[in-house]
Write a protein that binds this ligand. Structure first.
Ligand code: ADP
Ligand code: MG
Length: 324
């Protein structure tokens, strides 16, 4: 099977009446990449995903899959598949028949479609559950079935809208390992919508940060987290201070601040022990609150309490100037 399809969004816009949900976005999704579309609620993630899937019409622009504009095609024709958040399994059909459903609609004979369904159930590690009904499965298992059902169409791109949000924290981490394994095994593009930056960092080859209907920044997770271009990205990704230094707005990682002899004077506001690290916040003379994440051993060599004065120090090279 040939993999290596890319997906390109060209001047893509979505309007609902007067609301511009997606505003003229351009992006190339690399072949075989796991991409997380990340951003706060209402920024246009689902609208983007639904346009790619064909569940929502495009207001302007185009969607090129492997070089071909698919924006006028039906969901089933375009080579994409979507896994829905609520799984949407048929309650009266067995797991195997749920997975085989699209094949049945295509007129594939029973033996062939059951064989394909069993292969998919094997891929999602649900091969012993084929005869059960959806109601006899846990939430996490239902989700694997929904995944198998989406993958049986052999999509070039799998679209997942907040796929882990209904799972408890333990299952969420287990499932995210599974999603990544399956994506690697199939070698197709996964586009995974999430509003959780930790989820995006853990999974993605590329993080695409959206805000207010546009893409603010995209790149490998370490690049987006480590070198945010805008105040929004710095704050949304977390772990950074956004402060004014010498008349510029800059981002400075909380874990790159130390308590030195010389540095920016500040008064400790709060100290939180976190195990391996200690989180300290301090107010500068200019009235800005700065967060520092300090290694536990370094902090306890010279512990500080609220009200004490400290000097905040950092390596100048680690300061990132933000776009105005
Ligand atoms: P996200 O998935 O990032 O939370 P959405 O793409 O669902 O964002 O929504 C983006 C914007 O479009 C929001 O302002 C939302 O209210 C609006 N919107 C989404 N779907 C519809 C719709 N069917 N009709 C009208 N407005 C919509
Ligand atoms: Mg959404």
């Amino acid at each position: 099977m040939r993999t290596g399809y890319d997906l390109e969004l060209v001047h893509l816009t979505k309007r609902y009446g007067d609301t511009v949900a997606v505003h003229d976005i351009n992006h190339v999704f690399a072949p075989a990449s796991y991409v997380c579309l990340l951003g706060p609620s209402g920024c246009g993630k689902s609208s983007t995903l639904r346009m790619i899937a064909g569940h929502e019409s495009v207001s302007e622009g185009s969607i090129l899959l492997d070089g071909t504009d698919v924006s006028g095609l039906s969901p089933a024709q375009r080579g994409t598949a979507m896994m829905f958040q609520n799984y949407a399994l048929f309650p009266h059909l067995s797991v195997r028949d749920n997975v085989a459903f699209s094949q049945r609609m295509k007129g594939v004979d029973k033996a062939t479609r059951h064989k394909k369904a069993d292969e998919m159930l094997d891929l999602v590690q649900m091969s012993s559950f084929g005869d059960r009904l959806p109601a006899q499965l846990s939430g996490g298992q239902q989700q694997r079935v929904a995944l198998a059902r989406a993958l049986i169409t052999q999509p070039k791109v799998l679209l997942l809208d907040e796929p882990l949000s209904a799972l408890d924290p333990f299952l969420r981490i287990q499932m995210r390992v599974e999603l990544k394994r399956i994506q690697r095994e199939l070698g197709i593009i996964f586009i995974h919508v999430t509003h959780g930056q930790d989820e995006a960092l853990a999974l993605a080859d590329e993080v695409v940060v959206m805000n207010n209907a546009v893409i603010e920044q995209s790149g490998p997770p370490r690049e987006v987290w480590g070198a945010p271009k805008t105040e929004f990205v710095a704050r949304f990704m977390g772990g950074h201070n956004v402060i004014s230094l010498n008349g510029h707005k800059v981002a400075l990682r909380a874990d790159e601040i130390s308590l030195g002899e010389a540095g920016l004077p500040a008064t400790v506001v709060a100290v939180e022990y976190q195990g391996a690290t200690v989180a300290l916040s301090a107010r500068t003379e200019a009235g800005e609150e700065v967060f520092a994440v300090l290694p536990e051993d370094a902090f306890f060599k010279a512990p500080k309490s609220p009200g004490e004065t400290v000097s905040l120090a950092w390596d100048e090279g680690r300061v990132h100037r933000l776009q105005a």
